[in-house]
Design a protein around this ligand. Sequence first.
Ligand SMILES: *Cc1c(COP(=O)(O)O)cnc(C)c1O
Length: 365
Amino acid sequence: MPGESPAESLKAESFPLALIGVRVLNRDGDSELDWDSLTFSFTQTDRMYMATCKQGEEWQSGFMQDFQNLSLSPAAGVINYGQGLFEGMKAQYAEDGNVVLFRPSDNARRSREGARRLGMPPVPEEMFLNAVKMTVKENIRWVPPIGKGALYVRPLLFGSGAILGVAPAPEFTFLVYVSPVGPYFKGGITPTSLRVSDEFHRAAPGGSGGVKAIGNYAPGMVPSKMAKKEGYSEIIYLDAVNHKYIEEVGAANFFCVKNGIISTPELTGTILPGVTRASVMELAESKGYEVREEKIDVDYALDADECFCVGTAAVISSIGTIEHGDRVVEYCGGEVGPVAMEMYDSLTAIQQRRVPDQFNWTVEV
Ligand SMILES: *Cc1c(COP(=O)(O)O)cnc(C)c1O
């Protein structure tokens, strides 16, 4: 059965390679991954998709090839000026035996919006979806068995042509690769401890915070590492103008619940419009919750009954404590909050088709 690869199939001779991070395949095509020890990290797979487009022209038809390193000019736009964006989505086994994607058209649309903001040619929806489906299909043996994780799909769009001045590159590359990943939280969702940063901001009005521009992420690495060193899981970013409204948690969207009302920061251009965020909002509304998109003052969040953050990687992550200045607040006695739990259960059930997909969110590859 595809996707099944018992740990027992690990052969002794593959250990040295496994130790240096190279995954080996046995002859019948099962990956020798131990599905139970998958984490959210990169594992090289078999195949990748690539297409190019010259500035001012149409996209050439793309092609599949073996996973391999890229050959780029040192003057490529992406490595000099960060002209690039990425997407992130998951393919996983559903209860009915199909491998399904979750709302891939939303990722396709978001990538087009990002392309326009960054001066790159948008990838047409059909081309985006076909590339994603093809890449998943040609790496199907890397899709973990149901419940063991997912195949993370990473589309990239970047300026691959050489350019010396600060301007859009003369050529662009659209690429899709995949990597199997484990569930973000082993043994269920563990509530995280977060610190509100008064020092760093993720995005500012008029910038690129609202799109998945590659350049948005490196500046968050040091703040995130600093917080982790001090025992926090991530930092909460406030808005760069008033320094008081919650924007995001690392690279995930924020929610809080107070008196049964679910709130999430409104999209003002500095917040990434997450597919998971939109899904949680729709799902919560369908369950009868009042859902508000609004400015969330950090003090409102500190007084909330429950907080959680959402994104493709973790789906939903419960927040145990938030520290801001000399105030530390613990939510739900440090346990997973009831709304986070309900949303996690409902959303993952839809994603794996364990319940009828009333929203038509899942798409077979
Ligand atoms: C990708 C991302 C998210 C989550 O978006 P999803 O579509 O739900 O995965 C949230 N915030 C930032 C900054 C992101 O890059």
